[in-house]
Design a protein around this ligand. Structure first.
Ligand code: AMP
Ligand code: ZN
Length: 473
């Protein structure tokens, strides 16, 4: 299986440390607000990766953190802790905020048919492990103490910034220009490992004892500590969105490598951004779209999942409502096709095209192992459905492919047969047949409407009218 590694900037063959087993770490959500569909695109990408690994026969151990402390507004070391912002906004304790949005996050990911990680650990439940790493860094001379925090000294690490390829001299403090430079820091790229309860953090609600006094951890240290605790170091694959490359993942690598003299992870994979109407999504832009927004507009979460299958994970995806409509229709057609194949399966077909079916299986697997080319895999699925192979082969292949697509196509087994008409519809069908024979088209149209109102669709073909029950997804 070939995957693109941000660290080496090459597409490489995956070679797990323990052959046949892949240890996978994905950066989890900051649980101070609803996840937006951009965040969810990243989790869908990671799910496709995990499903592809399972499909290829690897055993996967998947760990994820939950950021419930320390992630400051702006990703740098300025601004307020996002959890405290959420707590103030809603008049609650940060841990209640975290609990609420964590539950909501998993409701969303379940609805998107995203497989849950094997282990999920919130930052607040791994404080001793974080403190241990900071102690090690201090012993090894990688830290210095400022007014409000203990910092990582990036100048002590020769290859700091290797993930992004950005030189230390180019690195600005925080992602945005307007971020005020912290006078405490020797270099703008240095970052906080542990904040003290001083200055604006004097009243920080969550805090723990440490060798440097009461305080709370910086954002990046939680992932170094949690991934190491659960997966060991190094582990195989570390994922996140592209915005993590320059700061969060760069700093995770710096801390873990400086502390233990070992790589943190062998492969680093990053999902590209979702744009909305070609722009950034955010509260201030007024286009913060959640999964609930999609549901309110009559879409299923799986329509959005289908939409994400239509773009490679390393290309930006532009969200538009028209695009989502098209994805909804395509998913409807795919599910209907699966249903019809299932019904058709009851009729035994003579299997004459086993080789051709195998070819589709190979083409699909090749697409997947080519840096997760899901778009190509989806194209193979449609090509296969339009081919000459038997209905039962099509159905079996589609179910096999859906182990990666995750569109819950197996649920067609629970959908009533679309070609079986109720008595009412059967009567209307006959009446319409009559009207058409008498060329009474007004009557025929009226009857079509009545049939459609009962949840069926009517197709007039050269062989006569075909009526199918619409399935609701
Ligand atoms: P956060 O909850 O802010 O820590 O982010 C959760 C995940 O969403 C991270 O992996 C981010 O890289 C990712 N992310 C943030 N914005 C977007 C976006 N517009 N499109 C895709 N992924 C995003
Ligand atoms: Zn992380």
């Amino acid at each position: 299986m070939k995957l693109y590694n941000t660290l080496t900037k090459k597409t490489e063959e995956l070679k797990p440390i323990n052959p046949g087993h892949v240890n996978l770490y994905t950066c989890g959500p900051t649980v101070y607000n609803y996840a937006h569909i951009g965040n969810l695109r990243t989790y869908i990408f990671e799910d496709l990766l995990k499903r592809a690994l399972l499909y290829e026969g690897f055993q996967v151990k998947h760990a994820m953190n939950i950021t419930d402390v320390g992630h400051l507004v702006g990703d740098g070391d300025e601004g307020e802790d996002k959890l405290e912002v959420g707590a103030k906004r809603e008049g609650k304790n940060p841990l209640d905020i975290a609990k609420f949005y964590k539950e909501k996050f998993f409701q969303d990911t379940d609805a998107l048919n995203i497989l849950r990680p094997d282990t999920v650990l919130p930052a607040t439940q791994a404080i001793p492990e974080q403190v241990e790493i900071i102690k090690t860094l201090e012993q090894k001379g990688f830290t210095y103490i400022g007014e409000k925090a203990i910092y990582f000294d990036t100048s002590k690490l020769a290859d700091y910034g290797k993930l992004s390829g950005q030189k230390l001299s180019e690195k600005k403090s925080g992602a945005r220009e307007e971020v005020v430079l912290d006078p405490d820091k020797k270099h703008p790229a240095d970052f906080a490992l542990w904040f003290f309860l001083k200055g604006k953090y004097e009243n920080h609600i969550l805090h723990w004892a440490s060798p440097w006094g009461e305080g709370f951890p910086g954002w990046h240290i939680e992932c170094s500590a949690i991934s190491r605790k659960i997966l060991g170091q190094p582990f195989d694959i570390h994922c996140g969105g592209v915005d993590h490359i320059g700061t969060h993942h760069t700093n995770e690598i710096a801390q873990s490598e400086a502390a233990f003299g070992l790589p943190l992870a062998n492969m680093w994979m990053h999902g590209e951004f979702l744009l909305v109407d070609s722009g950034r999504m955010g509260k201030s832009e007024g286009n913060f779209i959640t999964l609930d927004t999609l549901k309110e507009k009559g879409f299923s979460p799986l329509d959005y999942r289908y939409m994400c299958l239509q773009a490679h994970y390393r290309t930006q995806l532009n969200f538009t409502w028209e695009g989502l409509h098209a994805a909804k229709n395509a998913r409807y057609n795919l599910t209907l096709k699966a249903k019809e194949l299932l019904v058709g399966n009851k009729i035994v077909t003579l299997d004459t095209s086993a080789t051709r079916a195998t070819e589709f299986g190979i083409k699909f697997a090749n697409a997947i192992s080519d840096d997760l080319n899901i778009t190509q895999a989806l194209a193979v699925a449609w090509e296969m459905l339009g081919s000459e192979i038997s209905g039962s082969q099509k159905f079996d292949l589609l179910m096999q492919f859906d182990r990666i697509f995750g569109l819950r196509l197996e649920e067609v087994k629970n959908i009533k047969d679309t070609l079986v008409l109720t008595e009412d519809v059967e009567k209307l069908k006959q009446a319409r047949e009559h009207a058409r024979q008498k060329k009474d088209f007004a009557k025929s149209d009226e009857l079509r409407k009545q049939i459609e109102e009962l949840g069926y669709e009517v197709l007039d073909t050269p062989e006569g009218q075909k009526i199918k029950r619409k399935i609701s997804l």
